[in-house]
Design a protein around this ligand. Structure first.
Ligand SMILES: *Cc1c(COP(=O)(O)O)cnc(C)c1O
Length: 433
């Protein structure tokens, strides 16, 4: 297996896993994609409950790592990545929450960030003076997960760009308080401005010496481990003997794309729903077949405030750009903040379950699909712990959310960030270090 750039063709697949991880994005600006995807043995999938999460993860990721990391090292990376639980919790008949927030920063991005950091650490093992700079734009949760995942990784400097005033207090603390090899840049703008600056930096010939890479879900080492969750959910729910539907709260569409990769590996899934807030580029595309990226709008589910989702092109590639085939397996629906709050209240009132705004959007998309398919077993991904959106959750539900230990630990620390206004300031920061 080799990777190729989606701005090129499959026949030109020559990129190793290592190169794809270290570069993040191809020199021609395309996203990397594997030139083949080998389904896993049926025997394994049929007996999945006999395997530990670590064994499952190894089977799932091995072909994409391509023997470039020795088996014992890869197993250790997986063990360190998966040091927490991924429970499915019954919310209603046929509706489960897949809780992905039990990691150190309490959002699902911990898995991808921890896995990528350790792969990069392995690839840097023999480099004495050279450093790689991980440049990452965050709409909220990526920053904290990347900061925590990459803290103290040898040979890696992390620079996080976040939109000033548009992430929650807890999110801001998680990405601005660790120090050491982690630097936060507070951008006077919205998430798209941060993302555009990162993209411009990768294009900038004057920055090639900085060895820039990306820890956004464009990086294959952050994107692919997200396949694990879907297998873990299947393992837990298989005995119910029902057709599975996943609804994934989506922003850059990396997580749902990983789910659809899992499907291509043979995971039995009936349907995927990409649930979004009013940033509805993909729901609009599925309705009109016209793809019109737009500037992002701010919502209470801010980790999904993305107007031009980077990974949608990978989803289209998985289906050979065949709209009809994609449409069979995939739907996408958009919800307002008002819908989201009403749903958080409704779920809480009916079942006592506290959903965060992203989870509530996922629930809505799932219920919409299940109207026509009530006998399916639905799983919505709870991508963040409610405490990460404390104000919205407490105000909407009229409850007090207990603050978990790993969050308390950052709340008292002092924020350190450099304010920047535009690309020139980012560039002079990167060159001036
Ligand atoms: C990042 C994030 C999302 C969106 O995930 P994508 O892979 O970008 O689609 C959804 N919910 C939360 C809480 C997130 O942090």
């Amino acid at each position: 297996m080799k990777y190729y750039s989606l701005n090129s063709t499959k026949n030109n697949a020559q990129t190793s896993f290592e190169e794809a991880v270290v570069r993040g994005i191809a020199p021609d600006r395309g996203l990397y994609f594997p030139n083949q995807i080998k389904p896993l043995e049926k025997e394994f999938i049929q007996n999945i409950e006999k395997y530990s999460n670590e064994e499952i993860a190894f089977k799932v990721i091995a072909q994409f790592v391509n023997d470039e990391i020795p088996e014992p090292v890869l197993k250790e990376i997986i063990r360190e990545t998966l040091c927490f639980d991924f429970p499915t919790v019954a919310v209603e008949d046929n509706v489960y929450s897949l809780e992905l927030f039990h990691g150190p920063t309490m959002a699902f991005k911990d898995v991808g960030a921890r896995f990528m950091a350790r792969c990069l650490g392995y690839f840097n093992r023999d480099k004495q003076d050279e450093t790689v700079t991980v440049l990452v734009a965050t709409s909220g949760d990526t920053g904290g997960a990347v900061a925590s995942g990459f803290l103290d990784v040898k040979g890696v400097e992390v620079v996080i760009l976040y939109p000033s005033g548009k992430v929650s207090d807890i999110q801001e603390k998680q990405l601005t308080t660790l120090g050491k090899n982690i630097t936060a840049l507070e951008v006077d703008g919205v998430f798209d401005d941060c993302q555009d600056m990162v993209k411009t930096a990768f294009l900038d010939a004057e920055l090639t010496e900085e060895n820039l890479t990306s820890a956004n879900s464009i990086n294959v080492a952050r994107w692919l481990p997200q396949m694990f969750y879907f297998f873990f959910a299947y393992k837990q729910l298989k005995a119910k003997n029902k057709e599975l539907v996943f609804s994934v709260p989506s922003g850059n569409f990396g997580n749902i794309c990983a789910g659809m990769m899992a499907y291509k590996l043979g995971l039995p899934v009936k349907h995927f729903v990409a649930s979004t807030n009013i940033n509805d580029t993909v729901p609009q595309y599925m309705a009109t077949k016209e793809y019109n990226p737009k500037p992002s709008k701010q919502t209470i589910s801010n980790a999904m405030d993305v107007g031009n989702p980077s990974n949608f092109i990978r989803i289209q590639t998985l289906f050979d750009n065949n709209f009809e085939e994609l449409n069979q397996l995939f739907s996408s629906f958009s919800y307002t903040d008002k819908d989201t709050r009403e749903t958080m209240e409704k779920i809480h009132k009916n079942s006592g379950y506290v959903a965060d705004p992203h989870g509530a959007v996922g629930y809505l998309g799932l219920k919409r699909y299940q109207q026509a398919e009530p006998n399916t077993l639905g799983v919505f991904l709870e991508t963040a712990h409610p405490v990460k959106f404390l104000d919205v959750v407490e105000e909407t539900l009229g409850i007090i959310v207990a603050i978990p230990e790993q969050i308390k630990a950052v709340m008292d620390k002092e924020k350190k960030a450099h304010a920047i206004k535009n690309y020139e300031e980012l560039k002079s920061y990167l060159k001036g270090r």
